[in-house]
Design a protein around this ligand. Sequence first.
Ligand code: NAD
Ligand code: TDX
Length: 335
Amino acid sequence: MSKYLVTGGAGFIGSNYIRFLLRKYPEAVVVNLDKLTYAGNLENLKDVENDHRYRFVKGDICDEALVNDLVVEADIVVNFAAESHVDRSIGAPDDFIKTDIFGAFALLEAARKNHIDRFIQISTDEVYGSIDQGSFTEDHPLMPSSPYSASKTGADRIAFSYFVTYGVPVQITRCSNNFGPYHYPEKLIPLFVTNALEDKALPIYGDGKNVRDWIYVEDHCEGIDFVLRNGELGEVYNIGGGNEKTNMEITDYILAKLEKPATLKEFVKDRPGHDQRYSLDCSKLHAMGWGPKHSFEQAMDKTLQWYIDHPDWWKKIKSGEYLDYYKNQYSSASL
Ligand code: NAD
Ligand code: TDX
């Protein structure tokens, strides 16, 4: 029996991961610890909430006593919990430092004090910073450039130090940009898809030439599972989709598929410190036998269909706090 403690499981990737675990492993027991910040949404797990193998605990990963109680019961800890949006980290870095760094530390301390089989720290490709040409391997120096990516780098390296210093069975994954169902509509793809569906403008930062590598969220979940079962302790693994696209290419793809006019494109003020390009060299995991199963087009089409089929999910989110935030952040009248 595998007893998982998944943190941040009410968010985008965490909820997809919990669904993946319960589907793939009948013997899995999953506790989901989530603070339910603006990004946490129990609607994301409606279909599994009555599964007897699943339990939700509302709480903060910075709460050392609570975290300790939950780690005692777990074999495997997978830490997704984080403040995750770069733009918000520019406006208000505080919670990023608290959750992404101190929260990871609290979890690692609990893992140090109690026996566990595995601690997976979900890191990000953003820890490497931007690269104009070529791709980052796992041993490339880390040069994060936003408060978000710097906080994630702190957690990434603290996790590594707990392996080296205390022998905590840590593994670290650094994934590229995910997309798929339940993606909070403040991030590029869900924001642009839902805006286009509502005939609202798509706010493109700068010249739209920044490049991201996109991976379907299910492929990321499988990658984490693969690392857990086949990876070495103390190692870092890049997980990428192999789909590098400019933001303009993503925008054009969405507009074409949804049969919406190019006039919805709106160039807005650039993100301060906007990383130009992310690119991962995933040969380490590929050599071990992992690779993404979905093509970009297949996965995008599934994702577009999901947003078309679930307007209640995203309309509720977009009508509330989200709007106030964006009104303060950007002048785009169309939001
Ligand atoms: P998300 O913002 O959708 O979800 C984050 C979840 O963490 C939410 O449910 C939130 O309520 C919870 N949370 C926040 N602070 C918490 C705290 N103090 N205690 C407990 N729960 C807390 O984020 P996501 O996109 O699903 O990302 C999940 C993880 O994956 C993050 O660690 C992120 O850095 C990493 N990551 C994301 C991407 C991506 O493209 N989205 C890519 C690589 C890595
Ligand atoms: O309105 C927008 N317009 C725009 O041009 C938004 C929200 C974004 N962008 C651009 C900025 C980026 O170049 O699109 C690109 C992607 O932006 P985000 O969706 O905010 O993602 P990014 O900043 O790349 O970070 C994401 O990938 C790595 C996740 O949010 C992180 O949590 C993850 O670690």
